[in-house]
Design a protein. Sequence first.
Length: 222
Amino acid sequence: MDIRRAIEERHSVRRFLNEPIEGEALERLEAAIDGANRESGLHIQLVRDEPGAFTGLLAHYGRFSGVQNYLAMVGRKSRGLGQAVGYYGERIVLEAQDRGLNTCWVGGTFNHRKARYRVAAGEKLVCLIAIGYGEDQGKPHRSKAMAKCCELGSHQMPAWFAAGMEAALLAPTALNQQNFMFMLQDGQTASAFSTGGLFSDVDLGIVRYHFEAVSGHEVIAR
């Protein structure tokens, strides 16, 4: 996967074509889900050909149309669940983008009663990710200035940190809040924390994945 290109081309899409996910695209998507579940212990589920979750007033409010496939982001209740969902969910999102699919993270604007997913004892649903072939490719979101989302202390910004920050600023966040902060420690280590807001833990996981995938440096979550 060309991770940089996938990050640059991925935009949130809310209107989808009536075109099934099948063939190689489906195989790659299912492989990405299986890999994420094995590594993380999450219970991510692909729900196909099921339009019920995106019907009703909430879906209308969210301006969704034609959604028939989605990922149910389920995992065991824990302090780190939100970050894990964001991190591994975005990894799947970018794999999907590389296969010509479009996506949109969905926190609450879906029909909870009609959504189909399995939740075992001790698990919870965090959010959904709409997925399929979009009517268009979406539009870039506005980003904050990099200086407002990172702190360097007395250090110069290394090239790898700058590349990671550029990728993080392209990540989807709830309501496009971009409520996160990256810090450069001792000139060699990156850490990150949320500055609050709706779905802040999920957002932190998403931006961490973008940063790590492009920079090649692990991020310490605070």
